[in-house]
Design a protein around this ligand. Structure first.
Ligand SMILES: [Fe+2]
Ligand SMILES: [Fe+2]
Length: 241
């Protein structure tokens, strides 16, 4: 069974640690009039994620399936979820909808979001940020829940290990260790450093998030602006030298 942590009211982290790869996979469920799941997790975790979601809501009522970019851990089980939840729609960038999702993933046309567009699910309000190539992939985007100031940040702030669900301690050192490790293994160049990187991270910092809900690692609770600016500095140091 995945481990469930309520990181903010109605905002649940659903996490599985995959020991052979020393990595956590977290999905986030927001319980609202229109429930939203951000990331589905890879195919092997579907039953586990489904059981966790079913302990929080009726899974048939899931309305939105969001994710950042087109990769297995982000969106592999969209078809399974859409079969289970007849009203569910994919929520992704316009690029993602046009280039991949409508053709080879979703069972129904996706809701393609443009930069800055807002989706209200009831009590909560999600702003879509187009973030091409951050953390990676042309179609990348993120969601910022404005009422509680939680940034759903996908692979940003990736930390290896079976770490605690939430932390108020600085996580940049852990993120650096993980990124350096990737640079020396078969998954090198996990994150590109390009002309959009720093400007995008600084733009996210301007949102002043209070929680950084990462897919891999502890949710950071605190000054999200400083953490995002520190991440930009660390990425520049690791990826450009
Ligand atoms: Fe990714
Ligand atoms: Fe990921």
């Amino acid at each position: 069974m995945a481990k469930i942590t309520e990181i903010a009211p109605d905002f649940f982290r659903i996490t599985t640690f995959v020991e052979p790869f020393n990595i956590q996979f977290s999905q986030f469920l927001v319980r609202d009039d229109q429930p939203l799941l951000f990331h589905t997790g890879p195919r092997a975790l579907f039953q586990e994620v489904k059981s966790a979601v079913a302990s929080l809501i009726d899974p048939q009522t899931l309305r939105w399936i969001g994710f950042s970019h087109f990769e297995s851990d982000e969106c592999a089980t969209v078809p399974e979820w859409q079969q289970l939840a007849p009203q569910s729609e994919v929520l992704c960038s316009v690029v993602s909808k046009i280039v991949s999702v409508d053709d080879c993933l979703a069972l129904r046309p996706a809701k393609g979001m443009v930069d800055g567009e807002v989706l209200e699910t009831g009590r909560y309000r999600f702003r879509f940020l187009a973030t091409p190539h951050v953390p990676h992939c042309w179609e990348a985007g993120l969601l910022f829940e404005e009422t509680q100031r939680t940034l759903l940040c996908s692979d940003l702030f990736h930390q290896d290990g079976d770490v605690e669900p939430m932390t108020e301690s600085d996580v940049i050192g852990r993120c650096r260790d993980t990124l350096v490790g990737y640079q020396h293994g078969p998954l090198a160049n996990y994150v590109p450093y390009c002309s959009l990187t720093e400007v995008t991270l600084n733009r996210l910092a301007a949102l002043q998030p209070k929680r950084l809900a990462t897919m891999h690692g502890s949710v950071y609770v605190g000054d999200g602006s400083t953490a995002l600016r520190d991440l930009a500095v660390m990425w520049r140091e690791v990826l450009t030298t």
